[in-house]
Design a binder for this molecule. Structure first.
Ligand SMILES: Nc1ncnc2c1ncn2[C@@H]1O[C@H](COP(=O)(O)OP(=O)(O)OP(=O)(O)O)[C@@H](O)[C@H]1O
Ligand SMILES: [Mg+2]
Length: 233
């Protein structure tokens, strides 16, 4: 399988007044096209930091990142912005939706940024809303949705650019079991149907078990791929 993202000896240090925080130490990993990977580990172990760096939302202090075999340091800011906007989709625990805009407006926002025509935006927006079961909410304000519906709206927005990779940080963290299951099923269904790479940070071991493999983090290091799952793959 094609390698989409490669991290080589990545470290991240957050400077602070007193002691620096070493959030990541010597991380090496490869993300392949179409695989699902869970990142698990205790609070503060570096999961979100790692995901943000892989997703180009944050920069490593040291080490190298490669996107489709190309070194990030050889890419321009515009090229990295393009990768982030066009190739990556994001689903976070805090929804980052515009509560006053309609569901349709929220979903098509990435297309607006990309300069796609209004008719095409609406067409694709309605198709995505249908896929996540929110077509009847198209004209409703996002702020009026339930938590589970908001998360589905975020997934629709993450997918509308047809990304290669979806980064999800605790996508079910704020949801009850029923809505968590709906969101989980949706993510995996879309991953399988579209061959998307799924990277999920989670505390939920049941969710992690659904992934092809898990990376366990401790104190800024990947200490182990989850052994039980390694055997399954
Ligand atoms: N912006 C920041 N400035 C300074 N330190 C930070 C920053 N972000 C994270 N850290 C520190 O880096 C370490 C790793 O944080 P990170 O958010 O990656 O953990 P996490 O595994 O995602 O935890 P959680 O499960 O609680 O979300 C922590 O010690 C944290 O305090
Ligand atoms: Mg986190």
């Amino acid at each position: 399988m094609k390698t989409l993202i490669e991290a080589k000896n990545i470290s991240k240090i957050y400077p602070s007044g007193g002691e620096d925080t070493v959030a990541l130490k010597d991380i090496n990993l490869e993300l392949k096209q179409g695989e699902s990977v869970a990142i698990i580990g205790k609070s503060g172990s570096g999961k979100s930091t790692l995901m943000h760096i892989l997703a180009t939302l944050d920069r490593p202090t040291d080490g190298e990142l490669l996107f489709a075999g190309r070194h990030a340091h050889n890419l321009s800011v515009a090229q990295i912005d393009h990768i982030r906007n066009k190739r990556f989709g994001f689903v976070f625990q805090q929804f980052f939706l515009n509560a006053r805009s309609t569901c349709l407006e929220n979903v098509i926002l990435p297309l607006t940024i990309m300069g796609i025509s209004a008719a095409e935006r609406t067409r694709r927006g309605l198709t995505m809303l249908e896929q996540v079961g929110l077509l009847d909410k198209a004209k409703q304000r996002a702020g009026e949705l339930s938590g589970g519906q908001k998360q589905r709206l975020c997934i629709a927005r993450a997918l509308i650019t047809k990304p290669l990779v979806i980064f999800a940080d605790e996508p079910t963290g704020n949801l009850d079991t029923e809505n968590g299951d709906i969101v989980t099923n949706l993510l995996f269904k879309l991953q399988k149907e579209h061959g998307i790479t799924l990277v999920i940070v989670t505390h939920d071991h049941d969710l992690a078990k659904l992934c092809d493999r898990s990376l366990v983090m401790r104190d800024g290091r990947i200490v182990a791929p989850d052994s039980e799952q390694q055997r399954r793959v």
